[in-house]
Write a protein that binds this ligand. Structure first.
Ligand code: IMP
Ligand code: MG
Length: 185
């Protein structure tokens, strides 16, 4: 259960080796670009951002500090498991106990892979009487997407590979790295 950082571009987390893939400076530029779009699109509004835990906590923290518009940030988790089996569906939202009626809501996600998670979550939020609902993700793997998903804000598209760092984990490790790493083939 070790996560350790070697001097430069390689890290080992549990049984896997990862190499540096997106340096922190590039991530921050991508985040700044998304923040600028949100600042423009929501000028004069007061959106509610809902960051999906755990993975999006680093992205959300950087994003909100680049927002100049008035906004709220909340955090939500959801359970998609029945016993030890994933149902593939969102069963229960945990933490969205605020009144979203008439609000402009932006879901903040770390990464969209197959899209199943967001495909199941978005209708649940929409049912809460929101005025508008948009999706903002740090990363998207377009080659893996299996469902139709309207993604208004995407900071960066990446190929089909497993990554970690900047909030993203492998077996709950590696979220702390400021850079993003890709698994070594
Ligand atoms: P989806 O439902 O297939 O789109 O999966 C989305 C979730 O899977 C993300 O919120 C992440 O928690 C996790 N995930 C997908 N790809 C990766 C990855 O490359 N690294 C770490 N977590 C990932
Ligand atoms: Mg996630």
């Amino acid at each position: 259960m070790t996560a350790y950082c070697s001097e430069n571009t390689m890290i080992t987390v549990n049984d896997l080796q990862f190499e540096k893939y997106i340096p922190a400076a590039e991530i921050h530029q991508c985040v700044a670009n998304v923040a600028a779009k949100i600042n423009q699109d929501y000028a004069g509004k007061q959106p509610v951002l809902i960051a999906i835990l755990n993975g999006s906590f680093v992205f959300a923290a950087d994003l909100v500090r680049l927002l100049t518009i008035e906004h709220e940030i909340h955090f939500a988790k959801f359970s998609s498991y029945e016993g030890t089996e994933s149902t593939g569906a969102v069963r229960q939202l945990i933490g969205v106990d605020l009144d979203l009626t008439g609000r402009d809501v932006i879901i903040v996600e770390d990464i969209i892979d197959t899209g199943t998670t967001m495909y199941n979550l978005m209708p649940k939020i929409r049912q809460m009487g929101v005025h508008s609902l948009e999706l903002c993700t740090l990363l998207l793997k377009p080659g893996k997407l299996q469902v139709p998903l309207d993604i208004k804000y995407c900071a960066k598209e990446i190929p089909n590979a497993f990554i970690l760092g900047y909030g993203l984990d492998y077996d709950n490790l590696g979220r702390n790295y400021p850079d993003i790493y890709v698994v070594k083939q």
